[in-house]
Design a protein around this ligand. Structure first.
Ligand SMILES: [Zn+2]
Length: 44
């Protein structure tokens, strides 16, 4: 069982974790951790 280094969320597979500056973090934290929090309207 792998665990997110930021929020502590347990993920089934290590493949669900992403590396961010040496830390294994979940997808949620990865999304929040990006420097672009909001997308411009109309972009998909
Ligand atoms: Zn997390």
């Amino acid at each position: 069982m792998a665990k997110c280094a930021k929020c502590g969320l347990e993920v089934v597979s290590r493949e669900d974790l992403y590396e961010d500056r040496g830390l294994q973090i979940c997808e949620d934290c990865k999304m929040k951790g990006t420097s672009s929090p909001s997308q411009p309207c109309g972009v998909k």
